[in-house]
Design a binder for this molecule. Structure first.
Ligand code: SF4
Length: 428
């Protein structure tokens, strides 16, 4: 069940009814293993054991090379080539790896077995392995599994699968009371800012999924109302709804406007009076608008295209168009979940070309013909496009950087103005 904000009668319907170009061809995206890089920082006593190949190990090592000074909280158990007859050995091997790991690292309270693409891994039933190992290590360690395979997931879907594996484990709300849950990984500093705002509005303190520690994951039940903080969590949302929780439909908290509308969805649902909402949000909103304005002169009137990658494309395009005066030309997204994205689509300028899925060569042709001023794309496409003279922005940066909320709105705008600054400096 969804609670929808009252429509603004003066507002146009933006891209709500716009046609969507659906493409199914070659994709240029990272796999869902990438999510481990931000998830392991968030859940501080969790460990991610990738059951994969040397390719997976290389991807994680190069993507997370910054981890060399920390006690690592992810690793790859490499499953070499083996036939079906060798699967019981593989299960024994996995059990031994887990036993060694947990004996050496008593700080681990939640262990994720993360599946990958190689056929030897696909043949292994990781949910049975997680069940078997859970029985052995409960109650000290909970063991769950999910897939980060590049065959099934794009890079942000890894988080959706991870959180979806947590939902059945969440405790039930004991007394059926009302509660607010914020779903999706946010930087701790951003969570703290949102907590303060909700508190000042007189609302119950929100819980967060994922929580910072394995033993503190939030309770859920029919009184739970939840806000998605990230747009790429449809499966997690579906499972929360199946447990009786209600999703509050809202745009995402990117920029001053997006953050206000996101907070307002919760405030309205909890009966916060409008004047109190305004009094609490007025000053941080003004700070956000001022910080954003510092970037406007470099971005206003510039044309921008998005290749489908992080699933943040539509909220970002809405922010850049409404708050910085940019013109979105093509906004591609790997998946378009209408229920989740409708509040965003309603705010996107009419006439924006929307595409879902990818046929990379065709999209490259369209991009060259459009000749936008800035292209947001994955790492694999950025260098070739730069070589062709286009300014690019890596979409993965937008997932790694705290960009949600009022206090980060200026930083978010800065991520888009920086490529233009860099070009100006290079030209001088
Ligand atoms: S695409 Fe598949 S094989 Fe490659 S790193 Fe990701 S999970 Fe491993």
């Amino acid at each position: 069940m969804n609670v929808v904000l009252k429509p603004d009668p003066a507002a146009s319907t933006g891209c709500l009814d716009a046609p969507v170009l659906r493409e199914r061809g070659q994709r240029e995206v990272f796999c869902g293993l990438t999510g481990i890089i931000w998830l392991h920082r968030k859940i501080q006593d969790a460990f991610f054991l990738i059951v994969g190949s040397r390719t997976c190990a290389h991807l994680m090592q190069s993507a997370a090379g910054v981890m060399i000074f920390a006690e690592p909280r992810f690793a790859t158990a490499i499953i070499e080539d083996r036939d079906l007859a060798g699967l019981s050995d593989a299960n024994d091997e996995l059990d031994r790896v887990v036993e060694r790991l947990l004996a050496r690292r008593p700080d681990i309270k939640l262990l994720f077995l993360v599946g990958s693409c190689p056929s030897e891994v696909i043949k292994l039933d990781l949910s049975r392995a997680a069940g078997r190992l859970s029985q052995r290590y409960t109650p000290d360690v909970r063991i769950l599994n999910y897939s980060g395979s590049g065959i099934e997931t794009t890079f942000t879907q890894g988080e959706d699968n991870c959180l979806a594996s947590l939902v059945p484990e969440l405790p039930a709300v004991a007394d059926g009371s009302d509660s607010l849950l914020v779903v999706g990984t946010l930087a701790d500093v951003v969570e703290d800012q949102f907590c303060r705002l909700f508190e000042e509005m007189g609302m119950p303190a929100p819980a967060f999924l994922p929580a910072r520690r394995a033993g503190c994951q939030p309770a859920v039940g029919p009184g739970t109302r939840f806000l998605l903080a990230q747009p790429y969590l449809p499966e997690t949302a579906r499972l929360l709804e199946a447990r009786g929780a209600t999703r509050l439909a809202a745009p995402f908290p990117l920029g001053a406007d997006g953050t206000t509308r996101w907070l307002q969805a919760a405030a309205e649902s909890f009966g916060v009076p409008q004047d109190r909402f305004r009094a609490v949000t007025e000053r941080p909103r003004a700070r956000a608008l001022e910080a954003i304005a510092a970037h406007r002169s470099r971005l206003e009137g510039r044309r921008i295209s998005f290749f489908p990658d992080s699933q943040l494309e539509i909220p970002l395009a809405r922010f850049l168009a409404r708050e910085l005066g940019m013109e979105p030309v093509e906004v591609g997204t790997p998946y378009l979940h209408r229920g989740i994205m409708d509040p965003e689509l309603a705010l996107l300028p009419a006439g924006t070309r929307l595409s879902e899925g990818q046929d990379v060569d065709r999209q490259l042709d369209r991009c060259r013909a459009d000749a936008p001023d800035l292209v947001v794309c994955g790492l694999g496409l950025a260098n070739p496009l730069e070589a062709e003279g286009m300014a690019t922005k890596w979409s993965i940066e937008l997932v790694f950087t705290p960009v949600q909320g009022y206090e980060q709105a200026g930083d978010l705008a800065g991520l888009f103005s920086r490529p233009f600054d860099r070009r100006t400096r290079l030209e001088v």
